[in-house]
Design a protein. Structure first.
Length: 239
């Protein structure tokens, strides 16, 4: 690990606390232009998500209907009834995005896979960066909004479902996550900047409660619009 990653882990609760955590439960709302563009407006307007911290698994409660749950793992997504009856499922879900254009409509399983892996990544960071096969390297600082943010360039292994192999995380002087750049493969590789703010502490771990994603311009600066994704969390708990 780098000295910066050590600082970041401490700022977000400490490596030992992350290692002891089993689940993160978050409630709130996910919106933004992307969902209407893909024909899934409002699908996560009310979000109830439970993340398994130690393995890549996430469950959305009341997903697309009362009592239904949306289950994400890298190799399978499914919509199930409370008794386990499968309503819809897709194996190898990432392959279902092949050949899509910028406005190709999604079904609910496309939305489940994208939101599932993305939110799992977001709610397990920065512990995510300590997983086997993840390579981190500190870059030169970045000036943003009259602040100097330190940066980590991260290379992810193919075994991890994430936006793209290479990503960049930006941290303020306290070590808190403020920006995260990636180019989602399932969206055609268009660069995006994901901003994080309003951090809170829950059971010793620290999470941003407001996030928004906008396009990145050629100079690396973030555009002001369109706002592609918003994430607002009103309740977070850790077990």
């Amino acid at each position: 690990m780098t000295a910066l990653l050590d600082l970041v882990l401490d700022a977000h609760g400490g490596l030992r606390r992350w290692q002891d955590a089993r689940t993160v439960h978050a409630e709130g709302s996910i919106g933004g232009h992307l969902w209407s563009l893909r024909g899934q407006e409002g699908i996560l307007a009310t979000t109830d998500a439970t993340v398994d911290v130690q393995q890549q698994r996430l469950v959305f409660g009341d997903f697309t209907g009362p009592g239904l749950r949306g289950l994400f793992t890298p190799d399978r997504v499914a919509v199930e009834r409370p008794d386990g009856e499968v309503v819809a499922e897709r194996n190898a879900p990432r392959a279902a995005f092949a050949g899509q254009g910028p406005d190709t409509p999604w079904d609910r399983l496309h939305a489940l896979y994208f939101a599932g892996y993305a939110l799992w990544n977001y709610l397990t960071a920065p512990y995510l960066l300590t997983r086997p096969g993840v390579v981190v390297e500190e870059l030169e600082p970045w000036r943003e909004a009259d602040e100097d943010w330190r940066r980590l360039h991260v290379t992810f292994p193919e075994t991890l479902a994430t936006h793209s192999t290479e990503q960049v995380f930006y941290y303020d002087t306290a070590g808190l996550l403020r920006r995260h750049d990636y180019a989602p493969d399932v969206l055609g590789g268009t660069p995006a900047a994901h901003f994080s703010e309003h951090h809170v502490r829950a059971s010793g771990l620290v999470f941003p409660t407001h996030r928004f994603v906008v396009p990145v311009q050629e100079d690396g600066r973030a555009a002001s619009e369109p706002v592609l994704i918003t994430i607002d969390l009103t309740d977070i708990s850790v077990t």
